[in-house]
Design a protein around this ligand. Sequence first.
Ligand SMILES: *[C@@H]1O[C@H](CO)[C@@H](O)[C@H](O)[C@H]1NC(C)=O
Ligand SMILES: *[C@@H]1O[C@H](CO)[C@@H](O)[C@H](O)[C@H]1NC(C)=O
Length: 230
Amino acid sequence: MELLLAALFCTSIAGLSATKPTVNCSSTFPSTKLSPNYNETIAHAIHSMTVEGLKLFNSKATEINFVPTVNQDVFSYQPILEHAPRDGFGNDFHTRTMNVVDKILSTLGNSKDGLGPHWSAIERVAHIFHMQDLWERIKATEWPKVQQTPPSDEVCTCLSSVDFNGIKDAVGWVANHYKTGTPITLLNRPIPKLTDATAWSVWKNRLLHYYTPEAMRDAATYLYCVSKFW
Ligand SMILES: *[C@@H]1O[C@H](CO)[C@@H](O)[C@H](O)[C@H]1NC(C)=O
Ligand SMILES: *[C@@H]1O[C@H](CO)[C@@H](O)[C@H](O)[C@H]1NC(C)=O
């Protein structure tokens, strides 16, 4: 599928070339109204995506889903996975929430939960529930609009070609920065450790950065396009 997309893309837009062509879906298809920084809004929404998260949008999602994510083992030789993995939440406890907390605390210290070694337990909890919260918000607000007015096949080819449109590079940016810190946005701003209410007010503001209608529409449009391949 990737080869097909890449081939389609090279021929139709960038011309056949040995070097990696960069395309900009927002300037190539301005009528789609993607944000100029769609690479960052989309990479933020998907960097820790899971099969279960994708099923929120389309129940046909499987482990072959073409959604690039940060490798759970951020120091792996392969920092980006081609496909979002399963979430691996267990069922020892009764509610899903407690099983998520169990998963987070059970992998504390081995830095193989997709966030690297720098996140405290409470920062990990905030991150995982923030991402699920964002996915649910996208599903509730922008997803129905994208279903109603879907992007064209050409736009979908552009958005799905993550090797060429900057999205995979931006997921790589996240993977890279998890090695040294706890980035919340892709804006490269310093963030305090989450130890008190003052720090939380900074975190909260930062976590809400990509909840704008524009950022959520970018993510919904991308998810609509990639889900056509499931
Ligand atoms: C796309 O092009 C616009 C307008 O030139 C620019 O502002 C934006 O940064 C570019 N975005 C990407 C992802 O390359
Ligand atoms: C997103 O695209 C813009 C425009 O090409 C670029 O300046 C920026 O560095 C990209 N962001 C990431 C995190 O790759």
